[in-house]
Write a protein that binds this ligand. Structure first.
Ligand code: OXD
Ligand code: MN
Length: 613
């Protein structure tokens, strides 16, 4: 589609200004069609950036290798540029918006020379849904266009909903690698050096400016930038919730249905949980979303969630038929793979895929030939796939996608789960005593740091409140307050009993020999069943100082797990919790200064008292 055909004068002007700043060779407005997707892939094949996979094994699938400097979200180059630094809060990087725009305008100047500028009209959420929002991404990366086709709803249908004066979130993206006359990418992933990468958000003007990275959340701006950082600000202002949560549909053996959402820090198995195959007889789990939930109260006082995305951008290593059979099925066709290994027979491979690689040689994510691994493990430091290698697959390909996953009204939520990788202290499951206690649980969520983000903290525990630490677009203390206020409002309106119940789960407890005590994956269905029944005030539980835990026997032990282990997993480690509380009091809560809601200090005091009593 041509620029002249656009019916939205504001949008046209914005694009024209971007063209004059960025100097692309050509401009294309994306229509979202299959032929457009195919054209992007062809351009990427011609540039030597895409490798087609074996068409019989994996039809219409392509592998990409990024630059080793561009493999994950760059949190230390991600900015919340609100007018006042205090509004960004202590957990976000901040630069004055005028100064940041000046620096980035300099970088954007001429940045698309030799490239085509693509304008991607996209909808987060089903096109036309009341909960959905429209974004407009300007990018010079056909890889981004192809991924956005999968991850969001793209094209002319979005422009139709936008009309001539609709609201959209303007998003700039450039890989930051202009091409000189006659120069081509020639197989080299284009990006800018780390010190020139900026992933910037301007919350007051609802703008996103990204420069220098072509990878994942840095470049696919609908996901973390719009659907979480900017949307969290919109949600605060408009009275709803934009959360880093999966959405599950659970059906009991009696055919009763409940929906739950779950917040887990990056790389804690959210995609696996979202597609779980239950071991508990008669129970069914289906997927509504695997990463983000947008939730609004309905006229009936219940909270309704939509998945704003249309695809899965999942971590590949560790995904196999045992950990996530449904993801393995979802990626059999029409999928983009990034930074995986390439086998001799033209298929992808990664660590813990469940089998060794065929043939004699394999090509690793850096494009180097290596001996084909006989098992699915590689020595540390010699991995074939990057630890944050990803697949981008359409959600509709998931065998257990719930039929209502695109319902514009959303699905009514009965429970929220919070969790993280916690080798000690935190029990298998713990129900909050009420809304504010639940907000307290969310606020102290922590996890071992993994490879989803470039960081020097890998292996340490970092507090990641509500799994939103890298994704909250404003002061986290105000965010806690927003959660408290929503619950108080529902209670004041007589809808307190319709609020989702809140649970904390931990699949990652380790014993003294460092072995996982709980098998996880499909066996997590036992915990989900207990949660399901607790939502109706059924299932045996015991009150403890930290919350309501399953009574011994309330969750049947999976094969191979002793009654003693179950008891340890479902009991209160008083000494461990005293340390946890002390850490929250000394190191975590003070970060938020006087914005930390007093209700949360009151919860902390109450738990401490119960632990000492
Ligand atoms: C993700 C993340 O990619 O949370 O979903 O890092
Ligand atoms: Mn995520």
């Amino acid at each position: 589609m041509k620029l002249e055909e656009l019916k939205h004068p504001g949008l046209k002007k914005w694009i024209e200004e971007a063209v004059s700043l960025m100097s692309p060779n050509a401009v294309e407005v994306c229509d979202g069609t299959q032929s457009e997707y195919d054209r992007m892939i062809k351009a990427l094949l011609d540039a030597g950036l895409a490798t087609p996979l074996n068409a019989e094994k994996r039809p219409n699938c392509f592998l990409f290798r990024s630059d080793p400097s561009d493999v994950a979200r760059v949190e230390n180059r991600t900015y919340i540029a609100s007018k006042s630094q205090d509004d960004a809060g202590p957990t976000n990087n901040w630069i004055d918006p005028a100064e940041l725009k000046k620096t980035m305008t300099g970088l954007y100047s001429g940045c698309m020379k030799g490239r085509t500028m693509y304008v991607i009209p996209f909808s987060m959420g089903p096109v036309g849904s009341d909960i959905a929002k429209i974004g407009m991404e300007i990018t010079d990366s056909p890889y981004v266009v192809a991924n956005m086709h999968i991850m969001t709803r793209v094209g002319t249908k979005v422009l139709d909903v936008l009309g001539s004066d609709g609201f959209y979130v303007p998003c700039f993206h450039s890989v930051g690698k202009p091409l000189a006359e006659g120069e081509e990418d020639n197989g080299k992933w284009p990006c800018a050096p780390i010190e020139d990468k900026y992933i910037s958000h301007f919350p007051e003007t609802r703008e996103i400016w990204s420069y220098g990275s072509g990878y994942g959340g840095n470049a696919l701006l609908g996901k973390k930038c719009l659907a979480l950082r900017i949307a969290s600000v919109l949600a605060r202002d408009e009275g709803w919730l934009a959360e880093h949560m999966l959405i599950l549909k659970i059906t009991s053996p009696q055919g009763e249905v409940k929906y739950v959402t779950g917040a887990f820090p990056s790389a804690c198995g959210k995609t696996n949980l979202a597609m779980l195959v239950p071991t508990l007889p008669g129970w069914k789990v289906e997927t509504v979303g695997d990463d983000i939930a947008w939730m609004k109260f309905g006229a009936d006082g219940r909270l309704y969630a939509i998945n704003p995305e249309a695809g899965f951008f999942g971590v590949a290593p560790g995904t196999n038929d045992d950990s996530n059979k449904n993801a393995m099925e979802s990626i059999k066709k029409n999928t983009i793979f990034t930074n995986c290994g390439l086998t001799e027979d033209g298929d992808i491979w990664w660590e813990q895929i469940g089998h060794g690689a065929p043939g004699k040689e394999i090509i690793d994510w850096k494009g180097q030939k290596k001996p084909a691994p006989q098992t699915d493990k590689s020595p540390k430091g010699e991995e074939i796939a990057h630890a944050n290698a990803r697949f981008t697959a359409p959600a509709r390909q998931c065998p257990v996608i719930a039929s209502e996953w695109e319902d514009p009204k959303g699905v009514p939520i009965s429970a929220f789960l919070f969790g993280g990788r916690r080798p000690s202290t935190i029990p298998l499951v713990n129900q909050s005593k009420g809304w504010i206690h639940g907000v307290f649980m969310g606020s102290i969520t922590g996890s071992e740091v993994t490879a989803a983000v470039i960081s020097d903290q890998v292996g340490q525990i970092r507090r990641d409140p509500f799994a939103m630490l890298p994704f909250c677009g404003y002061h986290m203390g105000d965010y806690f307050k927003h959660w408290i206020k929503l619950g108080q409002k529902a209670e004041a309106e007589g809808n307190g009993d319709k609020l989702p119940k809140i649970f904390f789960v931990n699949w990652f407890r380790k014993d003294k020999d460092g072995k996982f005590m709980w098998p996880g994956y499909s066996e997590n269905s036992r915990v989900l069943a207990w949660i399901f029944e607790r939502c109706d005030n059924k299932a045996n539980y015991m009150e403890t100082p930290i919350g309501n835990l399953p009574k011994p026997g309330a969750i049947e032990a999976p094969a191979g797990i002793s009654a003693d282990t179950m008891e340890e997993l479902c009991s209160v480690d008083i000494e461990g919790w005293k340390k946890e509380i002390a850490d929250v009091r000394q190191n975590h809560y003070p970060k938020f200064g006087d914005k930390l809601p007093k209700e949360l200090y009151a919860e902390l005091d109450a738990i401490e008292k119960r632990l000492n009593g």
